[in-house]
Design a protein around this ligand. Structure first.
Ligand SMILES: NC(=O)c1ccc[n+]([C@@H]2O[C@H](COP(=O)([O-])OP(=O)(O)OC[C@H]3O[C@@H](n4cnc5c(N)ncnc54)[C@H](OP(=O)(O)O)[C@@H]3O)[C@@H](O)[C@H]2O)c1
Length: 291
């Protein structure tokens, strides 16, 4: 008997009935995989007023939070055979896709848009699974989506109509900003920069804390000031009209402490070449996941 999984997401799910960019959708919107990213999108849709009765979730181990939406009318794991979706959002792991998605191919026969957020999996893969002529969008969101501050980049194939693109924009935009690109190739590097990017920022907080401990700080204090510094600097970057380089210069007194640290971080063997290597590795991995 499948057990409900614990909810990894903040408790932001609230069915907000009424107006909003998603309120007019006829549905159903089918979400395949309601884990960390799929669940964050679902939160966004509900927050923006999508009627839970228009949502279908296919997920073998739904979190308690997702299961609770069934009371409000969300359909959980119905037989997909009878569904005629307006859009299907594919949020299973890319490695699972070749087994998980072919049984769902009939979902694509009704003129809806197939929107994949899977790393690596191409538009070509989607039309292979769902049939030639399928309207498909490949998108790469990130986890700040869980608090409505996500960044998504998307590409559509030629079968996506203007209305389909607006629908995809509204569904993806429920969790933050959306940019569209014309060249699918860019999505692998986008995945490396913004898809995976939050992990690098969290690593910075971890690493800053460890460096603080090495400099003699008590671990609790080091963790607290590292976390607050990364969060506060991110918030300042978000709210300020200034660019990152200017905000950095504003911290850097000539001949001061920041300059001493930046001499290390901005040296020829500093952060730039390290991140370049990391982004190249993630981009390569995204291409490998294409299968
Ligand atoms: N996490 C991120 O930061 C992020 C960012 C951008 C894009 N993505 C992409 O989003 C996708 C999901 O990633 P995630 O981090 O959210 O992973 P996740 O938490 O593991 O979510 C995937 C979900 O799909 C479920 N699932 C497995 N087989 C299924 C099936 N046959 N039908 C329906 N659902 C099924 C999984 O259930 P079980 O766990 O029970 O197997 C799991 O709940 C991936 O393709 C990833 O590349 C993730």
């Amino acid at each position: 008997m499948p057990q409900p999984k614990s909810d990894p997401k903040p408790k932001t799910r609230a069915a907000a009935a009424g107006a909003g960019p998603l309120a007019g959708l006829k549905g159903p919107i089918v979400l395949v995989g309601a884990g960390k990213m799929g669940g964050a999108l679902l939160d966004g849709w509900l927050r923006l007023g999508l009627d839970p009765r228009k949502i279908v979730v296919l997920e073998p181990h739904p979190s308690a939070d997702v299961a609770a939406q069934a009371i409000a009318g969300l359909r959980l794991n119905p037989d997909p055979a009878g569904l005629k979706p307006e859009a299907v959002v594919l949020a299973v792991k890319p490695q699972t896709a070749p087994e998980a998605l072919p049984p769902l191919a009939p979902l694509a026969g009704h003129g809806g848009v197939m929107i994949s957020i899977m790393a690596g999996r191409t538009l070509g893969f989607l039309t292979q699974v769902f049939g030639p002529g399928t309207a498909a969008v490949r998108a790469m969101p990130n986890t700040p989506a869980a608090i409505g501050r996500g960044m998504t980049v998307a590409v559509a194939n030629a079968a996506v109509t203007a209305a389909g693109r607006t629908l995809a924009q509204n569904l993806l935009g429920a969790t933050g900003k959306v940019d569209w690109v014309a060249e699918e190739d860019l999505i692998d590097a986008v995945t490396a920069v913004s898809g995976s990017g939050p992990a690098y920022v969290f690593l910075l907080a971890e690493s800053l804390a460890r460096a603080g401990v090495a400099a003699g700080l008590p671990p609790d204090l080091a963790r607290k000031i590292a976390r607050e510094t990364v969060a506060g600097a991110g918030e300042l970057l978000y709210r300020s009209p200034l660019d990152a380089a200017t905000l950095r210069k504003n911290v850097t007194s000539p001949g001061g402490t920041t300059a001493a640290a930046l001499d290390v971080l901005m040296a020829a063997d500093g952060l730039d070449p390290l991140l370049e290597k990391a982004i190249a590795a993630a981009t390569k991995r995204s291409r490998e996941l294409a299968g």
